[in-house]
Design a protein around this ligand. Structure first.
Ligand code: SF4
Ligand code: SF4
Length: 447
């Protein structure tokens, strides 16, 4: 069975919510919409205090080409347009809406009827990209890169295929798995729209072998589309990394930066993004909700919730039985790449794939011991880096050597830290070094 070639680890899967069907979360009393829900320029608010909005009303327009608009996921009245604390603990511009009723913009088709490309022969690639851009679609796997930008390859780069990332290799997370089981046809239609948008005739769906029900269902539903191939993959973390997935599915390696994944001819889109693309193009629905896994070993009801963007995390945890007494840490995302949340009064955003409630004993970190030069971190690194050395360079603030050692190629997968027998906080140091070196590179380029 296929997989990527360099490095990788096998953390415990802990997919506690895999059998929980998607459940609609209740509407919040107040919803908070950050203007920073994507990579790139923040959105610019276009509403003011007192404005009445509906589900689907534009709240913030895109702040540039690499940006995305933000829409209201609720109906009600704008309470304020002000800086509020987000999941990263930073104060950022947001629109706060007091919820009243649940009125939707009439332009949104709320029916569940499947609309196919055969129903919409007039749709051309340019129109599809424009609709995706206007709907505020971003990478739903957590990267939040604006999707329309990815669908417009730079001059000289040519797309040959689209690969759907349906790997969901992060332990605990099951939102993508449930999405495939419950919305297979919409995902396939989303993939076809992306293929049409970039003008390719080959599409792949990469799914890890720990989801046999999703593999067989997607194969069955895709059978009528000969241009789409479902590719079962051997379970290995971090197979959901873009470069690792391209290697696993089509056996091509993305060269070192500044090369891009498109240099292999592949455009990768998350399975949730394909679903959002379908809804945007065929149902006129902007990105206003998403599926999020709320899970943890002590949580009463690990779940997959379809929740409106802007809903406070606290409410989502309450819907799954409330915060357990033995909670040690809450992570936004999965345990390998997610980040600890400072509090639960922050809103869900476009990139919120999961909420993981870790017990005190799971959250406790072992005391770091000296490096024993075992090289396990080197063998685990899917990018072929030397994590022990990069973390040492970061600790010593030797940014020049860190840049020469290619610290910016780190995909922050955490495989090195996971595998280290000395419990060294490798990822923490490397993240710090990577962001510092990227800042240095950016300011050098701006001169
Ligand atoms: S976090 Fe970075 S250095 Fe560590 S294994 Fe992943 S890619 Fe390699
Ligand atoms: S895995 Fe840990 S102990 Fe082994 S070489 Fe890397 S940093 Fe050192």
């Amino acid at each position: 069975m296929k997989t990527f070639k360099i490095g990788g680890v096998h953390p415990q899967e802990n997919k506690l919510s895999a059998a929980s069907p998607i459940r609609e979360a209740a509407l919040p009393k107040q919803a908070v919409f950050s203007m920073f829900q994507h990579i790139g320029a923040p959105a610019k608010p276009v509403v003011k205090k007192g404005d009445v909005v509906k589900v689907g009303t534009l709240l913030g327009e895109a702040g540039g080409f690499v940006s995305a608009p933000v829409y209201s996921s609720v109906s009600g009245k704008v309470n304020k347009v002000d800086a509020v604390i987000d999941a990263s603990g930073t104060r950022r511009m947001a629109v706060v809406v007091d919820v009243e009723g649940d009125e939707w913009e009439e332009s949104i088709d709320r029916s569940t009827e499947l609309v196919t490309l055969a129903d919409r022969p007039e749709l051309d690639g340019k129109t599809i990209v424009e609709k995706i851009k206007n709907a505020g679609i971003v990478g739903m796997g957590g990267a939040t890169f604006p999707t329309h930008v990815k669908l417009c390859p730079p001059p000289g780069k040519v797309a040959e295929c689209v690969i759907v990332n349906a790997v969901e290799c992060e332990p605990y997370l099951t939102a993508d798995h449930r999405l495939m089981l419950e919305h297979a046809d919409e995902v396939l239609m989303g993939l076809q729209l992306v293929m049409k948008a970039v003008g390719v005739t080959k599409g792949y769906i990469g799914i890890e072998n720990n989801k046999p029900d999703a593999i067989s269902l997607m194969k069955e539903r895709a059978a009528k589309y000969p241009e789409i191939e479902v590719v079962p993959l051997k379970v290995k973390y971090p197979q959901g990394g873009e470069k690792q997935l391209i290697d696993a599915v089509i056996g091509r390696q993305v060269p070192a930066p500044p090369a891009l994944p498109i240099d292999t001819g592949a455009i990768v889109q998350n399975v949730g993004t394909c679903f959002a693309v379908y809804q945007a193009v065929m149902k006129n629905k902007p990105l206003i909700d998403r599926i999020i896994t709320v899970t943890g070993k002590s949580l009463a009801q690990p779940s997959n919730l379809l929740a409106r963007l802007g809903t406070p995390f606290q409410q989502l945890v309450d819907e799954c039985g409330g915060l357990p007494e033995d909670t040690g840490k809450v992570i936004g995302g999965g345990p390998m790449m997610g980040k600890a949340l400072l509090n639960l009064d922050v809103p869900m955003t476009k990139g919120s794939s999961g909420l993981l409630i870790m017990k005190e004993d799971e959250a406790r970190r072992s005391e770091p011991e000296p490096c024993i030069r075992c090289a396990k971190c080197v063998s685990a690194c899917p990018m072929g880096l030397e994590p022990y050395f990069l973390s040492k360079l970061s600790a010593q603030a030797d940014w020049e050597t860190a840049e020469n050692e290619d610290i910016v190629s780190c995909i922050e997968c955490g495989s090195c830290q996971f595998t280290c027998p000395s419990h060294r906080p490798l990822l923490d140091y490397i993240r710090l070094g990577k962001s510092t070196v990227m800042g240095i590179i950016r300011s050098r380029a701006a001169k």
